[in-house]
Design a protein around this ligand. Structure first.
Ligand SMILES: NC(=O)c1ccc[n+]([C@@H]2O[C@H](COP(=O)([O-])OP(=O)(O)OC[C@H]3O[C@@H](n4cnc5c(N)ncnc54)[C@H](O)[C@@H]3O)[C@@H](O)[C@H]2O)c1
Length: 373
């Protein structure tokens, strides 16, 4: 059997998760790794044959089917563009790019070249979420009237916490909104089929200065930096956003990377005229359905009945499939001939780039901003 030949660019937090997930598929060989720093050492530790510090050299020298781009946001565009120009299918981390313009260029290039293009909004691929989408499509909760929720983390709570994400030159216009808000908004639009039509946002940057470690800082590290320099912070720690949806529903979300005790807590509540649905990363194998006139229900993953939800389950209930597993499910779908595909594409990535930009504009102008669909 011929296996797909794949390379991963960026072997930090999420790059390593990509490599692990790819290796679980069986039909993919991770033949090369590219990282700006210590690429040879990283490749050796991950048992990858070829290592590069320059992605162009890697693309020029190795015959690749797919490339996974897992580097800071400001580098996504150049790497993805070069890969697409060289006829390589691209799996790109979110947020898609640094600017909307870049996302537009990549989306049309991938379309022209007819190449596979994916954005890793993986929350869609939890089987419970596929099932929720199917329930909503089947009108089981009625007309949607409101959507609310949160995405809370605490790894940037102290002023000694630092990441490239805090620097708008690497992150983009927004930080918390693009980093975790894009996951929430993509998930809500995917589950409901609704489109966000307008946004009103309030931002807060709690620390105007942070202590940036002088050495390498790992994403999600909570170790205090002893050797640091003070740097100005120009990205938001917290964002509160109001939404108007295209069917008339209203909504809101709280996004924060400074909420103590919340490690990675995404919550969505969708209220319809017949029932409401609650899903959260803290209880990701259960769908909670609320009723006014009969007892509430919980659907655990082994009672999911829609076929495309079942295909995203590889272990029985009681054997929790979490973050590494859902990333595997995204890649399983991409690298297979599955007829129904739930994963996000560049078109979806571009849409989130536009929404993030409008949220930024709203926070700056202190007013509602429309989003054309
Ligand atoms: N889908 C998700 O849930 C998820 C989770 C975490 C991160 N991400 C996204 O993944 C990307 C990477 O985030 P991370 O947390 O893994 O960051 P990270 O800092 O842990 O890792 C980034 C890696 O890229 C390398 N790198 C930087 N510039 C490079 C270049 N020009 N060429 C090659 N390598 C380069 C760095 O040396 C580092 O090893 C970001 O876009 C982030 O938003 C997505």
């Amino acid at each position: 059997m011929n296996k797909f030949k794949t390379a991963v660019v960026g072997a930090g937090f999420i790059g390593v998760a990509h490599i692990e997930a790819l290796r679980r598929l069986g039909n993919v060989d991770v033949v090369a790794l590219c990282d700006k720093y210590n690429s040879e050492k990283k490749a050796k530790e991950l048992y990858i044959e070829h290592s590069y510090s320059n992605y162009k050299k890697m693309i020029d020298e190795i015959d690749l089917d797919f490339i996974h781009i897992c580097t800071p946001n400001n580098t996504h565009f150049d790497i993805a563009k070069y890969a697409l120009e060289n006829n390589i299918n691209v799996i790109l981390e979110k947020p898609m790019t640094f600017t909307v313009k870049e996302a537009e260029i990549l989306t049309s290039l991938a379309k022209d070249k007819q190449l596979i293009n994916v954005i890793n909004f993986h929350n869609r691929l939890y089987p419970t979420n596929i099932h929720i989408k199917n329930m909503i499509e089947a009108n089981e909760i009625g007309d949607i009237i409101s959507i609310n929720g949160a995405y809370l983390q605490d790894w940037l709570l102290f002023d000694t916490d630092y990441s490239w994400r805090l620097n708008s030159n690497e992150s983009g216009l927004t930080r918390t909104v693009a980093d975790i808000g894009s996951h929430w908004m993509d998930l809500v639009e995917y589950l409901t089929g609704l489109k966000i039509k307008a946004v009103f946002a309030e931002f807060k940057t709690h620390y105007k200065k942070r202590k940036k470690a002088l050495g390498e800082t790992k994403s999600f590290s909570t170790q205090a930096n002893t050797d640091f320099k003070e740097v100005e912070i120009n990205t938001e720690d917290i964002a509160l956003i109001l939404f108007r949806f295209d069917n008339g529903a209203i909504g809101n979300v709280t996004l924060s990377q400074m909420s103590a005790g919340n490690k990675n807590n995404l919550v969505v509540n969708i209220s319809g005229t017949k029932a409401s649905i609650n899903w959260s990363l803290a209880d990701l194998e259960n769908i909670k359905i609320g009723f006014r006139d009969k007892p509430n229900e919980i659907i655990p993953k082994d009672f999911l009945i829609t076929n495309d939800a079942i295909t995203a389950i590889d272990f029985p209930s009681g054997h929790t499939e979490g973050f590494p597993d859902v990333i595997k499910q995204v890649f399983k779908e991409v690298y297979s001939k599955a007829k129904i595909k739930h994963h996000a594409t560049f078109k979806d990535g571009l849409r989130q780039m536009i929404i993030c930009e409008k949220i930024y504009e709203s926070a700056k102008k202190n007013k509602w901003i429309e989003i054309s669909n």
